[in-house]
Design a protein around this ligand. Sequence first.
Ligand code: ACO
Length: 332
Amino acid sequence: MAYAAFRSIGAYVPEKILTNDDLSKMVDTSDEWITKRTGIKERHIAAENEFTSDLGVKAAQKALERSGIALEDIDLVVTATISPDYFCMPSTATIIANKLGIKGATAFDITAACTGFIYALSVAKAFIESGMKKNVLIVGAEKLSAITDYTDRGTCILFGDGAGAAVISATDNKEEAIIDVHTGADGEYADLLMTPNGGTGSAHDSLDAEAGTCFMQMKGNETFKVAVRTLTKDVKEILEDNNIKSEDIKHFIPHQANLRIIKAVGEALKMREDQVVITVEKYGNTSGASIPMAINDLYESGALEKGEIMLLDAFGGGLTWGSALVPFAPLK
Ligand code: ACO
């Protein structure tokens, strides 16, 4: 049987930075409020002519370069995004593959909001273990600024743009194998996080023709409570299922939504501060890109060790959730 190994990571953030002070000139808020309630200090914003696929391509180029796997050997490209270049079609994955020069590989998008990267990881694992594919490029890429309502202080302070990518490839060495990926969803809570306009489910008269876009809406406080509960339960389950103790994890890399959520989950799991990876202060919430961007920061700081088991965990619109136990298994 083939196993799936996590070979490499890459990330990209656009140049422009939007600080809390900048936001306080746009809506009734302050650096103090945003920092206290979210931990976020700044986020990156893509240029007008810079699309989600462009962010994804730059992250993927780094991941591919570091992977030791040739471009022509990539046989599946999966993109996790809720801010695709085009709604409906073509998928952002096909655009990314084309811009990278990958021809003929299977390519599709996943819509699982902030859990998108973990869903993509589960897809890569399943395709490789079934023998259908050998080398999978997964990309979490978001231009959330394009679907953010900058008149809504409850959401616009949270989100940023960016991308992260990883190469997952087949191995017969069980030591390198992705240990487990858990994913789940509950549509009963769909209305907590939505882009209500623009799809076939939206009432025609609710469409904002002037804005011509579909903005994210969120019931922040309710989302917060469900997030802490679900994330804690999910991580406990994956650790128990695999007989791994939380103290044996060097890096817990949760989705970066809010510092208070990350800390609450870390405390509930009795994690030491040095185990919990936090990047939310400089990127905000980048949804499907946040986990690979955080892994990339670890990698570039030199803290990510070959063979260490990363614990990933996410929660997002849908509602969706997921967790994963992933050994870092670079080829070079
Ligand atoms: N600046 C100043 N005041 C504000 C702001 C702001 N930016 N936003 C809200 N307020 C006010 C509210 O109006 C409210 O005022 P009131 O008491 O007079 O009514 C007060 O602050 C408290 O509002 P809450 O919404 O209860 O604030 P809370 O502490 O819950 O923080 C936040 C809001 C930051 C959004 C938080 O709820 C949160 O992070 N929620 C979870 C987000 C999340 O995890 N999302 C999941 C993934 S996202 C995805 O899938 C794409």
